[in-house]
Write a protein that binds this ligand. Structure first.
Ligand SMILES: *[C@@H]1O[C@H](CO)[C@@H](O)[C@H](O)[C@H]1NC(C)=O
Ligand SMILES: *[C@@H]1O[C@H](CO)[C@@H](O)[C@H](O)[C@H]1NC(C)=O
Ligand SMILES: *[C@@H]1O[C@H](CO)[C@@H](O)[C@H](O)[C@H]1NC(C)=O
Ligand SMILES: *[C@@H]1O[C@H](CO)[C@@H](O)[C@H](O)[C@H]1NC(C)=O
Ligand SMILES: *[C@@H]1O[C@H](CO)[C@@H](O)[C@H](O)[C@H]1NC(C)=O
Ligand SMILES: *[C@@H]1O[C@H](CO)[C@@H](O)[C@H](O)[C@H]1NC(C)=O
Ligand SMILES: *[C@@H]1O[C@H](CO)[C@@H](O)[C@H](O)[C@H]1NC(C)=O
Length: 900
């Protein structure tokens, strides 16, 4: 396989268009930073940016009480809250996942990095954080973090195609190979808490990096196995993974990647370096301020958080400079602290760590999982990844051991894991097609089983086992099962799960005494793709020695019908196998989330999501009000508005604006959204009155204008009154025809009732006329025989505007009257045609039943004349009607005509 010249991204894209409408998200869930990438049919491999358009996000969130509810803050905003609210800033939680209170060293380190956070044990013996009296399990907090990212990914997928129904339903989270069973299960629980429909897989971070490397590297010499080490020094740990990469000679066969060795140190890390710098700063501070006691400083979380934040900054500066200036405002007791740290000081301080840097590498080369033992000189290159490999002394140390030419600083060390993990996820989920790669993952841990009563652990999957993997092992026969069977599952010599088969279950499978040679068990165990070691199933096997009563047994079915008889008709030992037996499990030392707890936590997260989105809307309304207030203040104080505007409204606004601004500042937190909306409406109403006033400055608003308005009011009222009675003008032309046919055209016309879309608006005519009359009355009061009373211009304008409004509404009524006339006329014509047809049918009937007489043709020809004249009248009126009514041709309302 050669990727000659084609970028790995394009490769994926070209093969992408596939079956599902789902999206996959790959998340590099680091201790300090989170990066995410989404793949959907329309968004091939897009990095999920933060709301600030950054490529990586802070891992963690802040939870604070706000008003009546709880507010959560995600991303970089947490970084600025941490020094003010250290108890509420829950960052970098990864090292606490799957841990218990007994993991003291992890908790101590965490609390040094995150002073003030209150860590407690849960009922499950796992860890949780107490915030304002409420317990949040680490799983729940991590799930909130991941969910927020998944939501952003969904938004991104939507942006790519607004029509799309794609959404993220598959999640891949990177996992360090040293994560144990509890940490892995906790991560999987995090995935399942994120959304109901999310499928989760864990992807080795080392494998992710090498996969990214392979997809970006153009070619590997066919037939030649190459060895690479991924050296990853992140915020939380340092890991080294040895891989072999082989391009088979037959180039149509997939490239093969295999893990051959692994070493790690879960405390040597970037955050340890930060704590080291913090210690340096602390020493300098205490030195300079002898009055401050160490205890005092250590019991002040805000001060420690400030020190840690300054240390992190200084550490980054020291990677590029030989000296860093540090300045911390009001560190403690209002003391502003200024100092300098040199790179030399830092490097001297971390000497021990520098020595340890090589240990993970040695670990990876030490006990290799394959036969050929590779040495450092066989290695093609060491791929550096993780932020802390940028620290100069780390690089120097690695170069001194490995050699400069073998150090590969990948193009983008920051994103290699998220790229690789996402590609791997796409392969594992089989979501989209990618170039085939043959991956052999091997377990750096060993997995074993200890049977009740045995002293030794039975190794089921030794170190280096390629997984996923399933095996069945035989547990030797037992003579005494009166207490049932207990199996303990081990990982690297540590028990993590207890399996128990009750005596009843065993008895039900095989009654006592039936198995003369005892009962043994076959246990099926697996190491899953996520490297979860578990008992899948267990069967009991009953053996009967030759001493058993053969005559009885031979013809019989055995006492247990569902048991399967395996052997044997000729041999001496008969063996029967039970179906899969029920067993119970207990996790030690901590329990994982069960279904009920997961349900409860999902509901809790949903509730917080709702609160957050309501708060978001609330804040948006507040911002809208605030912007409107400042905007309006500028508007009313601008020169021409202040000069020419309506004094009354300007005064009102001048009062309201500062009142509302104060309210926003002091009281709005406990308000609800409706309060804000009504304030916005009040301001907008006044503001638009001012605007209309200014637009109408040209209006004379004098006696002449109002007299003209009064005249128009008369005219409009009269027109409405006469129009209401007036029938369609087409009636006159048809009057004669109808009369001849024996109908009263007026009567039939007004019998036609109107559909709702016409009758409803028309029913308001009276009210509207009265409204106009009120305005007319008010106006008449103001008009003295020769002049207007001296009213304010505002009032006069309002009066004038109310005339405009009333006229507009009455004009609408007139339009509806016109539509009603057209409607009735059309309906009248079609009623007439139907009535005539019916009449004719009636005549035909009576004619055929009587004798045929030639004189009848006279009547027929005269009725044909009538129809002609109607059709021409009809076509005239339809063209008029169709321009005034949309419903002209499709009206489904039939007029009431009982005679028909
Ligand atoms: C190369 O591998 C492919 C697939 O495994 C196989 O079909 C093909 O015959 C092989 N070609 C050679 C030359 O061995
Ligand atoms: C029990 O497991 C062993 C090992 O896999 C297998 O050889 C044997 O046939 C199994 N016994 C029965 C009764 O299934
Ligand atoms: C089986 O074990 C129980 C308890 O461990 C013991 O009381 C009993 O004597 C044992 N029976 C046999 C036959 O060993
Ligand atoms: C064996 O069991 C089957 C099903 O339970 C039953 O029909 C059959 O009669 C039994 N045979 C003997 C010999 O008991
Ligand atoms: C229709 O004709 C009759 C008599 O010919 C007359 O009384 C009536 O006023 C006419 N109606 C219309 C609407 O022209
Ligand atoms: C308007 O004034 C007239 C006479 O002054 C009175 O009859 C009428 O009821 C008034 N109309 C309204 C709507 O106030
Ligand atoms: C109206 O009031 C203004 C001042 O308020 C005054 O100058 C003007 O003479 C008055 N006009 C009439 C007709 O009363």
């Amino acid at each position: 396989m050669k990727f000659a010249g084609i970028s790995w991204k394009l490769l994926l894209v070209a093969l992408l268009w596939s079956k599902t409408l789902a999206a996959v998200i790959g998340i590099d869930y680091g201790q300090q930073n989170v990066k995410a990438m989404v793949v959907s049919p329309r968004a091939p491999l897009e990095l999920v940016l933060t709301p600030e358009a950054k490529r990586k996000d802070i891992s963690g969130l802040a939870i604070r009480k706000r008003g009546k509810g709880i507010e959560r803050t995600f991303g970089s905003a947490v970084g600025s809250l941490v020094t003010r609210f250290p108890k509420n800033s829950l960052m970098h939680l990864k090292p606490l996942l799957g841990k218990t209170e007994a993991d003291e060293s992890d908790i101590v380190v965490y609390l040094r990095e995150h002073p003030g956070v209150e860590i407690i044990g849960t009922k499950r013996a796992s860890l949780a954080v107490l915030v304002d009296g409420e317990e949040y399990s680490i799983e729940e907090l991590s799930a909130m973090n991941i969910q927020e990212i998944v939501n952003r990914a969904n938004q991104l997928v939507k942006e790519k195609d607004s029509q799309s129904v794609d959404f993220v339903d598959k999640l891949a989270i990177t996992v360090p190979d040293f994560f144990d069973q509890h940490q892995r299960r906790a991560l999987l629980d995090v995935g399942s808490l994120t959304t109901d429909s999310l499928e989760t897989v864990l992807i080795s971070d080392g494998l992710s990096v090498v996969l990214n490397f392979v997809f970006k590297q153009r070619d590997f010499v066919p037939g030649e196995t190459q060895y690479y080490v991924v050296y990853d020094m992140g915020a939380g740990s340092t890991k080294a993974s040895l891989f072999s990469i082989l391009q088979p000679v037959n180039e149509t066969e997939p490239l093969r990647i295999e893990l051959g060795g692994y070493g790690f140190d879960d405390h040597l890390s970037g955050s340890k370096f930060t704590l080291d710098v913090a210690s340096l700063l602390e020493n300098k501070f205490l030195e300079a301020h002898k009055s401050i006691r160490t205890d005092t400083l250590h019991s002040n979380p805000n001060a420690l958080a400030k020190l840690n934040q300054a240390a992190e900054k200084a550490k980054l500066i020291l990677s590029a400079n030989s000296e860093a200036s540090v300045s911390i405002e009001s560190l403690i007791d209002d003391i502003d602290f200024r100092t300098k740290v040199t790179r030399q000081e830092f490097e001297d301080f971390i000497q021990e760590s520098v020595v340890d840097l090589i240990k993970p590498l040695e670990g990876a080369l030490d006990k290799q999982f394959w036969e050929s033992q590779i040495t450092l000189k066989d290695i093609q290159g060491v791929i550096l990844t993780g932020g802390s490999t940028r620290v100069p002394i780390v690089q120097q140390r690695l170069i001194s051991v490995i050699g400069e030419n073998k150090i590969l600083k990948s193009v983008n060390a920051d994103e290699s894991a998220v790229n690789g993990a996402t590609i791997r996820a796409v392969q594992l989920f089989n979501a989209f097609k990618t170039k085939a790669v043959d991956i052999v993952e091997r377990s750096p841990s060993e997995y074993g089983l200890r049977v009740m009563g045995d002293d030794t652990e039975l190794i089921v999957f030794p170190k280096g086992s390629a997984y996923p993997l399933t095996t069945t092992i035989e547990i030797a026969r037992m003579d005494n099962l009166s207490k049932g069977l207990a199996l303990d599952l081990y990982e690297d010599g540590k028990i993590f799960r207890k399996v128990t088969l009750s005596p009843d279950v065993i008895k039900k499978a095989f009654p006592i005494d039936e198995c003369t040679d005892g009962i043994s068990f076959n246990a099926t165990l697996s190491l899953s793709q996520n490297r979860i070691f578990d008992l899948d199933s267990i069967q009991a096997i009953c053996s009967n020695g030759p001493k058993a009563d053969e005559s009885e047994e031979d013809g019989g079915n055995g006492s247990s019908d569902q048991n399967e008889k395996l052997s044997d008709s000729k041999g001496k030992v008969r063996i029967k196998r039970s179906p899969k037996l029920e067993f119970s499990i207990e996790e030690v030392p901590l329990l994982h989330l069960n279904h009920q707890e997961k349900y409860r936590l999902r509901e809790h997260i949903r509730m917080l999501n709702k609160e957050d989105s309501e708060r978001f809307e609330f804040e948006r309304a507040k911002n809208e009000l605030e912007t409107l207030l400042y905007h309006t203040r500028d508007f009313i104080t601008s020169e021409d508005v202040a000069e020419t505007g309506p004094k009354r409204y300007l005064e009102k606004l001048a009062n309201i604006i500062p009142t509302y601004l104060d309210w926003l500042e002091d009281e709005s937190d406990s308000a609800d959204k409706a309060d804000i909306i009504s304030k916005i409406a009040a301001v907008n109403d006044l503001k638009s009155k001012v605007e209309v006033y200014i637009e109408s400055l040209a209006e004379p608003l004098n006696t002449e204008q109002f007299e003209a308005l009064l005249a128009k009011a008369d005219e409009v009222s009269n027109k409405i009154n006469s129009d209401r009675e007036k029938p369609h003008e087409g009636l006159a032309a048809l009057n004669e025809t109808f009369s001849q046919a024996g109908y009263d055209i007026q009567k039939e016309y007004f019998k036609i009732s109107l559909p709702n879309y016409l009758s409803n608006p028309l029913s308001t005519w009276k009210k509207k006329l009265e409204a106009l009359q009120t305005i007319v009355n008010a106006t008449k009061e103001k008009i003295t025989p020769d002049a207007l009373r001296n009213d304010s211009r505002e009032e006069l304008l309002e009066l004038k505007l109310s005339f405009d409004q009333a006229f507009m509404e009455l004009e609408e009524i007139m339009e509806f009257l016109e539509k009603a006339r057209n409607y009735r006329f059309r309906e009248l014509l079609s009623w007439y045609q139907r009535a005539e047809k019916a009449k004719k049918r009636q005549e035909m009937k009576s004619k055929s039943s009587e004798m045929l007489k030639s004189s009848s043709s006279m009547a027929a020809s005269s009725s044909a004349d009538v129809t002609d004249s109607i059709t021409s009248a009809s076509s005239r009126s339809t063209s008029a009607a169709s321009s005034s009514s949309v419903h002209s041709s499709t009206s489904s309302t039939t007029p009431v005509h009982d005679e028909l």
